[in-house]
Design a protein around this ligand. Sequence first.
Ligand SMILES: Cc1cc2nc3c(=O)[nH]c(=O)nc-3n(C[C@H](O)[C@H](O)[C@H](O)COP(=O)(O)OP(=O)(O)OC[C@H]3O[C@@H](n4cnc5c(N)ncnc54)[C@H](O)[C@@H]3O)c2cc1C
Length: 293
Amino acid sequence: MPPDSSVAQLFTQQAHPLRSLEFFPPKDDAGVESLRQTAKALQRIQPDFVSVTYGAGGSTRERTAQVSKILREDLGFTVMPHLTCVGHSRTELKELADRIHANGFRNIMTLRGDPPKGSTEFAAVADGLHYASELVGLLKSQHQDFCLGVGGYPEKHPEAVSADVDLANLKTKVDAGADFITTQLFFDNTVYFRFVDRCRSAGIKVPIVPGIMTVLSLKQIQRFTTMCGATLPVTLVKRLEAAGEDSDIVETIGIDWALGQIRELIAKGAPGYHIYIVNRAKSALALAAGLAA
Ligand SMILES: Cc1cc2nc3c(=O)[nH]c(=O)nc-3n(C[C@H](O)[C@H](O)[C@H](O)COP(=O)(O)OP(=O)(O)OC[C@H]3O[C@@H](n4cnc5c(N)ncnc54)[C@H](O)[C@@H]3O)c2cc1C
């Protein structure tokens, strides 16, 4: 099986905006089987690539490798595994890079990572890395043909002292060799367009892919946005409150909102969109159908 295409190349070659979907690694074998079924259902919308997140530690990390392999070898997707600095020494990260490369993957979402459960602050292990920019440097020096995505924060990374400092740190990541940026989720497109303008003014030239999540429940999205510092527009909250506990209506509102976001993003020049699908096929399929209409 030939190695995956580089996502950076897809950005320049594809005539259409790139569509990517993000999975997270399940906890057990039953979860892997259910993810396989979800991914099979998603084959027909032909995402340009899919990604698989990397847990803060423990057995889910092996699951990232397992699921990435299934998605690539059994289901034929171009797969971008995520990798973080959490808990790894430089030597381990180099070994992981070699393993990922040997298995035919050429794209990695390159992150510092969130602190493991129970810790509130990120702490590098002995001989470990402190920032995603260092991991970008390490991966590129290990394998020049890796194409690396990095995270970007339109509403500022929660730990950053200011938006300007965060932007300067993002520039460092890109200068270290990152090929594209995928943003943290957001629900108000003006936030994304402002961020892109600020990045371009700062000399960041790589594609900036908007990260979109469809709402499944008001409580869940309030938890996510509190954690990552994203704003929930009042109009969206009011609609979700009016839907109450009716999960079908909530999901319809979530899909409708995301559809509106994606249409405008693409119309105004976003290079693609990345959907945080939380391992569910329904909303990604509904979005694809809505966008095809
Ligand atoms: C698209 C996407 C996918 C994600 N996938 C995962 C995943 O699979 N697993 C996971 O655990 N988490 C994931 N995350 C969450 C991410 O790990 C957290 O947001 C984490 O807190 C920061 O990661 P980073 O790679 O952005 O870090 P960094 O870019 O290293 O930034 C972290 C903080 O340090 C600051 N900083 C950066 N460089 C410097 C410097 N040189 N000096 C001082 N300060 C600096 C930044 O401003 C920021 O506040 C993802 C996030 C995004 C946007």
